[in-house]
Design a binder for this molecule. Structure first.
Ligand code: PRX
Length: 663
């Protein structure tokens, strides 16, 4: 009953037939009657209504926003290019701030913020409105105009959403780069997006230490000719170098600005932001999201999936540097006039009860987090949560990777006190918003299943030829119709957009995940079927890490796979072939792991690195990753460098000898 093998890693084949469904979970949890009675959505007819006329459904959701001008056309679909609410004009910051303030809702708290060292701030909608207007004027003073790109590389401090909303106000698309990425990764993203301005901080707090961010920006902008200025928030007060004429302090530039900045009237299809994500090659993709459809999608799904009420205290414990933060810390919640919570640091600082302390102190009603965090809390034990009163919680959510049933049940019992529905939400950077999820007042949930596509979303599970597979069988997840918050492309690369998402099954969007539907039609996600790993809910490309390894002159070839890990979902394992004159050693292994962390960021630091004389390949030269995964998983290798022993060498050699083109 508690086996989770069928959820993770089982999708790791390239043939639908190889996607096995080993796992059957039979428990069911109907919505508690008192929850169902008060839910925003409590009638199943909503699915049929949306299916009968999806465009009308989405148009009704869009009409909840404030538009300067309504659209002429709901959807212009020229596959695979969609345009939503064409002709409509709106401004995202106005929808997130001005309309609430103008309606008398300015005194409501927009964010409770808590820094890792324990410092606290409360920002009302009025406060946020003033700060955003001033920051928008500051950006203009720095020469940022409508259409210019702005890179944001910040810790989880209030200035981060303020910077994003200021960009949205003046129509300058932002690209937020997660603070855990390296200088090099930052530089690549700045160069791809041609950002003119970088907004950063001196550093941020993580695990009790002040880490540096400005120092990485300095290294990055040395090779990003597009950058004219760097705007720096003082957070940790560590020493930083400020380059005259280029670098400015936020506290010098922003506070004296006027507290009104005329918002730009944006076209529905104007770019709101780029967010880079890993794919199957070494080059990250700039996922492009636009204005009207995106805001419609995130506001609608936030309200419906999280059953948002005016007095909720909602906490998405994610980083704003990932899409979850964009859609469900910033844009969705603010569009819905929600009170949210932002916490800067790690869940175990100063000890593993930090989150539960926060929930009790602020009376958090909704918690949304990743399975990897839930599993970490499981490991630390339920006693930390037990010391706190978590009775304010009424709904729990999960995102980022398949949730295994034990983690689901633990979350339900120890955090939700057995009374809170759990919404397991499937989506991705590209979809912009939640696609497959329970509706908490309606859905009978099953631990490990993301339930059904939301109203207005259409999915299927297909085989190699793109034919739907019968209920109960595994296959590839596809989305069969365009949706408002879908990506509009990969920045600067329409061909890659077509081949990555639309070429495997013509006419169908392929997200890269395996899935099966059970007899009730509920979806069970089975992990990635391509060369993308999911480590702690973060997407990393095996190819990107392989490139970082072969970038070291001593490495001849490298293969990277993810192996199942109890806490992080997957852990990065590297097989490295050295050039003939180089001797393998644990010290060299450590150096190479460090090199990867430096090239991509600490999140990409390999858990395990093994030197090997060979790699198992098919006759056509494709690396047999499945075999490497088996070796990595089966051998329980330590978390460090391993020199290939005879057994591993033998199995790799056997496989190489027996290689066929089947993999
Ligand atoms: O494989 C799926 C997994 O995370 C991928 C998307 O990663 P990213 O773009 O970084 O966005 C993460 C936050 C939305 C998906 O292709 N994934 C995400 N949510 C789930 C999931 N897998 C199973 N169940 C989920 N609820």
């Amino acid at each position: 009953m508690s086996d989770r093998a069928g959820h993770r890693g089982a999708g790791a084949g390239t043939h639908a037939a190889a996607i096995e469904t080993l796992f059957q979970e039979a428990r069911e949890f109907p919505p508690p009657p008192n929850f169902a009675a008060q839910a925003n959505i409590s009638h199943p007819a909503i699915y049929d209504q949306a299916s009968a006329d999806p465009e009308a459904w989405w148009a009704a959701e869009a009409a909840r926003l404030d538009w300067y001008r309504l659209w002429d056309t709901i959807l212009d679909w020229d596959p695979p290019f969609a345009r939503w609410f064409v002709g409509g004009q709106l401004n995202v910051s106005v929808n997130c701030l001005d309309r609430h303030v103008n309606a008398g809702g300015g005194d409501k708290i927009a964010y409770y913020w808590e820094g890792e060292p324990g410092d606290r701030k409360t920002l009302t909608y009025n406060d946020l409105y003033t700060e955003v207007n001033k920051a928008a004027n500051a950006l203009k003073e720095l020469g940022v105009r409508r259409g210019d790109r702005v890179a944001i590389y910040m810790p989880m401090i209030p200035e981060l959403p303020i910077a994003m909303l200021a960009c949205a106000r003046i129509g300058a698309p932002h690209t937020v780069v997660f603070g855990g990425f390296s200088a090099e990764a930052l530089a690549d993203r700045i160069n791809d997006s041609q950002a003119k301005l970088v907004i950063t901080a001196d550093g941020g707090y993580r695990r009790g230490k002040a880490s540096g961010l400005k120092v990485n920006v300095d290294e990055a902008v040395a090779r990003t000719p597009s950058v004219e200025h760097v705007l720096v928030v003082r957070r940790t007060e560590q020493d930083v170098t400020m380059q005259d004429g280029r670098d400015l302090w936020w506290h010098d530039l922003v506070p004296p600005q006027l507290d009104w900045c005329e918002p730009e009237r944006m076209e529905s299809e104007d770019m709101l932001y780029l967010l880079y994500t890993s794919g199957t090659t070494a080059k990250p993709k700039g996922i492009l999201h636009t204005t009207g459809g995106y805001l419609t999608g995130v506001a609608s799904t936030h309200r419906n999936v999280f059953d948002i009420k005016p007095d909720d205290v909602y906490w998405a414990a994610a980083d704003i540097g990932w899409v979850t933060g964009h859609s469900y810390i910033v844009y969705g919640p603010l569009a819905n006039h929600t009170t949210g919570l932002i916490y800067e640091g790690t869940p175990d600082f100063p000890d593993p009860s930090r989150w539960w302390d926060i929930i009790e102190r602020y009376g958090v009603t909704i918690l949304y987090t990743a399975p990897t965090a839930i599993r970490a809390h499981m490991k630390w034990g339920p006693q930390h949560a037990e010391q706190h009163d978590l009775s304010s919680l009424r709904l729990l959510g999960a995102v980022g990777e398949p949730i295994n049933p034990e983690a689901w049940i633990w979350y339900h019992e120890h955090i939700g006190g057995g009374r809170c529905p759990i919404v397991d939400t499937w989506w991705q950077t590209e979809t912009g918003g939640i696609m497959i999820s329970p509706l908490p007042g309606l859905t009978v949930t099953k631990p490990g299943s993301a339930a059904k596509p939301l109203p207005g979303v259409f999915a299927d599970v297909v085989d190699d030829r793109g034919e739907p597979v019968p209920l109960g069988e595994g296959g590839y997840l596809v989305l069969t119709r365009p949706w408002p918050s879908m990506l509009r492309g990969i920045y600067g690369d329409p061909e890659r957009y077509k081949t990555t998402y639309w070429s495997k099954f013509p006419g169908l969007y392929f997200p890269g995940d395996g899935a099966r539907r059970d007899e009730d039609g509920d979806y069970w996600l089975m992990g990635r079927v391509d060369d993308v790993m999911n480590v702690s809910g973060h997407r990393l490309s095996t190819t990107e890490i392989e490139s970082a390894l072969v970038d070291d002159k001593r490495v001849a070839e490298a293969a990277v796979v993810g192996r199942a890990d109890d806490v992080t979902g997957e852990a990065i394992c590297c097989f490295v072939i050295l050039k003939s004159h180089v001797e393998p050693s644990p010290a060299l292994g450590e150096e190479l792991r460090q090199h990867v962390a430096h090239k991509i960021g600490p999140i990409a630091r390999p858990r395990q690195l093994m030197f090997t004389p060979d790699l198992p390949k098919t006759r056509s030269g494709k690396i047999m990753r499945r075999l490497l995964r088996d070796i990595a998983t089966g051998r329980q290798l330590g978390d460090t460098t391993t020199l290939a022993d005879a057994g591993v060498v033998e199995s790799i050699r056997d496989a190489t000898r027996a290689a066929t083109d089947d993999e």
